[in-house]
Design a protein around this ligand. Sequence first.
Ligand code: NAP
Length: 311
Amino acid sequence: MSDNIKEEKLVIVGGGPAGLTAGIYGTRAGLNPVVLMGPEPGGQITTSPEIENFPGFPEGIRGFDLMQRVIEQLENLEGRMVYELVRRVNLDKRPYIIETDGGVYKTDTVIIATGASPRKLGLESEKRLSGRGVSYCATCDGAFFKGKDVAVVGGGDTALEEANYLTRFCSKVYIIHRRNKFRGTKILADRVIRNPKVEVIWDSELEDILGDEKVEGLIIRNNINKEKRELEGVSGVFIAIGHQPNSELFRDYLELDEQGYIVTDSRYMTSKEGVFAAGDVQDPFYRQVITSAGAGAAAAIEASKYIDNLN
Ligand code: NAP
């Protein structure tokens, strides 16, 4: 264990909407929490091209810009943000131990806000061609496909948003969805269906991705008649089939549900006293920036009450 040991009242693990909002509330409550920003400062939402449903931004705002403002807000409050990755934790008993690549934090109170990561299809070709035409983020990689044909897999809000975004650069955007109805919001679905550059391939799944060094085509399977066909000339495929909670670090210590979400009570307390969880790692239902931020605020208020009762 590192000899760089810090004793803290409150450690917040994760620097997305939930973690940073918990940081704002915890800092304003005088707890001087440390926010461990993790591998994706600002969280998944930083890759969202346009957020139209966060109150207070009538023109919409890019995910990156929104989170930059939240980071700036925490800086203005003299909140502590540390750009370290958590390697392991020990939540057996208090004080809890959070070990990062920069040191060791001992604390009686933790808020876990580690978010979620894109789910993978699990194809061998997906893994092999990842970063060579297979992507999980249109905002990050879309511009590489200027003038090309691409496909998006999925039928939720992410897939719809990404498909729409990709029409800015690409000649044609296929959406491959396994059913005949989108799961995503009607306003996004209508926008996509009206877009002349988009072709929806309903009732179909991606069976294989062709190409040795880069994506050169796709094999899709129709779920109704089981027929397979090749989509030629597709040079990029964006997988947008949902997310899985980043809860692995905590598996040995906390109750998780069957999908891996951290289970909390109505006050955001996990199965361990003094350990709270908020945002996409804990919420299988809403998964919005606004609900994650709200949960982060609530978890920090509860953590503050908990700390008061310890003293
Ligand atoms: P999601 O809502 O869970 O949708 C996942 C999609 O992928 C579904 O259409 C699902 O098909 C499909 N899918 C899942 N596993 C698959 C597989 N193995 N093969 C093929 N298709 C598969 O995920 P999401 O779109 O990432 O959205 C997550 C949450 O974030 C949602 O609550 C969403 O509202 C929110 N979000 C909001 C916004 C916004 O408001 N601007 C933007 C992005 C995301 P089925 O439909 O058949 O299940």
